[in-house]
Ligand binder design. Sequence first.
Ligand SMILES: Cc1ncc(COP(=O)(O)O)c(C=O)c1O
Length: 387
Amino acid sequence: MTERSPGAREFAASSHRPLAIVRAEGAALFDDRGRRYVDLGATHGAGSLGPANPEVAEAIARQAKDLLHIGSGYRSPVRTAFLEKLLGLLPSSFEKVFLSNSGTEAVEAAIKIARSATGRPKVVAAMRGFHGRTLGALSATWRRELREPFEPLVPGFTHVPFNDAGALDAAVDPSTALILLEPVQGEGGVHVATGEYLAAARRAADRVGALLAFDEVQTGIARTGRMFAFQHWNVVPDVLILAKSLAGGFPIGATVTTAAVEGRFRGSHHSTFGGNPLACAAGLAALDFVEREHLAERAERLGSAGIARLRGLPADRVREVRGLGLLIGLELRTKVAPYLAALEERGYLAIPAGATVLRLIPPLVISDADWAAGLAAVEEVVTHGSG
Ligand SMILES: Cc1ncc(COP(=O)(O)O)c(C=O)c1O
C-alpha cells in the first residue's frame, strides 16, 4: 500500500492511501480535488449500499434530531424495530441479538457467549481466517504478522486448515466451546467454503455440544448473492456475526444467537454505544433498502458474470479467480500492490486480500456500466502489466 501523506496526525498503526476522499455518490468516491473514482472495495466492505446512501443518511439525520444516544438499559423503539427487522430476515431459531459497534466487538461477544454458555475454553478457527484485531478476535485470526507483535494472545485457540472436514473434526473435542468460521474467507484471500465442510462443522459442533459461529462480517448483507452467505448451503449456525454494511456504513456490530444459548449465558457483557439509536435507525433503513432494491440478486448477477469474465484472463498472470457473488479474488502470480496503484491511476480503487490477491468487492449498487468499466480496467492492468 502507498505511503501516508506528510503531516498525518493519526497513529501509524496501518498503511493509508494518500487520497483524501470527501464524498460519495452510488459506487463513486470523489477526492478533495473533485476527481471521481469507482470504488471496487466498498470502503472495505462497509459500503455495500454506497457509502453515502441517501436513505440511510436521511434516517440518521431524522433520528439525530430526536435522540443521538440512549443506553441499552432503556427501551428504545428504533432499536426494537431494527432487531425485529433483522430477526425477520433470519431462520426462526435466531431470537437474540447483542449489538456493538464493529466486527471485532461482535466476534468478541461471540467468544464470550460461547465460553460462558458452554463453560469450556477452546475455540477452533481456520487457517487464513480473519476475525478482527482486538485481543480475543485476533487470537482467532490466523496471519502471523498480525498476531506476533501483540503476543501473548488469549489461550485456548486452535487453527485448522480451511475446507478440510477431517482436520476440523479431529480438532473438536469435549473442551470445545466454539467453532468459528467465515463462509467465505475475505481478508485471507477470498476462499469459498464448500457445503460439505460447513455441514461437517455443524456435525462436529453437535457431536460435542459446542457452538458453531459464522463470521459474516464481510459476507453478510447480500454481498455473496444471498442476504447471508450461510443461506447458500443452508447450514445454520448457533451464532451469526454481522457488522460492516449492516447499518449501511454506520458503525455497528451484531452477534445473533438462539434463546437456548442466551439461557445458558452466565456473567455480563455490555457496550455503552452498542445498539445506539443512530446505528439502529441506519440499520433499519439499510435492511429495507437491501430488500427493496433486491441487492442480493444484483450481487449474484453482477458477480457471476464478473467471475466468468475474469476467468478469461491469461494464466501466466492469474493463478486463480475465486469468489461468490460480489466478493471476488484474483490470485495473481506476482505481488498485487503495483496493480492496485495502476488501477488507482485509472480511477478505480480496489483492495488486496493478502500479498498476491486482488480483491473486488464493489458496492452492490454499482451501475452495470461502472462494473463493466471496472472489469475492463482490471483486465487491462493485469494483461498489459501494472505500468
Ligand atoms: C470476517 C471479518 N471479521 C471481522 C472483521 C473485523 O471487523 P471490524 O474491522 O469492523 O472490527 C473483519 C474486517 O475486515 C472481517 O472481514
